[in-house]
Design a protein around this ligand. Structure first.
Ligand code: GLU
Length: 304
């Protein structure tokens, strides 16, 4: 099987689908991105890379960062993390407040905003400089030092983040935020502003295809059981309210962000990162999903 040929074929077949979507407009830095950008990167656990298109261009990974912050917190707390959040799909929007009242400030899962804000709170408790710690962690996972925060995006997230302030204060009223809300959200807004290219994103997530071991330095990040559980969480909750359809169409564990990135993993085989900024109504990149569905179909490789 020629993976480079497959990657190029799915790129050409999926690119036109971006015309049916819209870039995120809630902050200027995302609204001005060219919707025709498209990059695909595939990285195998043997260390081979297959890329096409705008795969070296940096973009805002947004909610994809929730997996990185969660991994860092999970690696330190282990199963105790489930005292602070659940692991069920939410069935509500990523920034919804409704469920939190019924469930007494315990977010359904770490990949809705409420869950990611609790994770940011955990990082504030664990580390003196959680923002730097998260950046170093992402760089260690990438095998290179080419991940950075975009300070314009972080500042815009802050100035428009009213719902995230509401979520954090609401959870604090239930005792599920231990640090100051401003301090916690500073971490959350920065993690949303992490930027990297699809080559790097595929590199960063390769540990999830590699039994939890960072393939760039052979250091364990999560144990095999935790790695299994995190991949399962991504399958069930990684694409907002489209997670079921993504699992059905694509058959990989994935995580999306409103910057237009999606990263997906096939354990023991590979990680794949796509970036096309035009989103569907669920906030997921249309062309990325088309490309990933075609990849598992043409290659015959998937989780299942
Ligand atoms: N930064 C966005 C917010 O917290 C979320 C981004 C995303 O879902 O990718 O509102």
């Amino acid at each position: 099987m020629n993976l480079q040929e497959i990657v190029e074929q799915i790129y050409h077949e999926s690119k036109p689908f971006a015309a049916g979507g819209k870039v995120a407009t809630y902050i200027p830095a995302l609204a001005r991105i060219d919707p025709h950008k498209f990059g695909i990167s595939l990285k195998t656990i043997e260390g081979k890379t297959y890329s096409v298109g705008d795969h070296k261009e940096h973009f805002s990974i947004q909610s994809i960062s929730k997996v990185l912050s969660f991994t860092l917190a999970y690696s330190q707390l282990g199963a105790d993390i489930w005292k602070r959040m659940g692991r069920e799909p939410s069935g509500t929007a990523f920034n919804s407040l409704i469920q939190l009242e019924h469930e007494k400030g315990i977010p359904r899962n770490p990949f809705i905003n409420a869950g990611a804000i609790v994770v940011a709170d955990i990082l504030c408790t664990l580390y003196d400089s959680p923002i730097e710690k998260l950046l170093n962690f992402a760089n260690t996972l990438s095998g290179k030092a080419n991940v950075a925060y975009n300070s314009e995006v972080a500042a815009s997230e802050k100035s428009t983040g009213h719902r995230n302030y509401a979520l954090a204060h609401f959870m604090k009223s239930f005792g599920n935020i231990h640090n100051q809300v401003d301090e916690v959200l500073e971490v959350y807004f920065h993690q949303c502003a992490l930027e990297m290219c699809s080559d790097t994103l595929a590199n960063v997530f390769l540990f999830l295809a590699n039994g939890g071991i960072n393939p760039h330095n052979s250091q364990p990040i999560l144990n095999p059981s935790q790695t299994k559980r995190l991949n399962a969480l991504m399958i069930t909750t990684g694409l907002y309210d489209e997670s079921g359809d993504f699992a059905f169409r694509v058959g990989m564990s994935g995580k999306s962000g409103v910057g237009g990135g999606i990263v997906a993993v096939i354990p023991n085989k590979l990680s794949m990162a796509c970036w096309s900024p035009a989103l569907n109504a669920f906030g997921n990149s249309i062309a990325d999903i088309e490309a990933m569905e075609r990849f598992t179909t043409y290659s015959g490789m998937s989780v299942f």
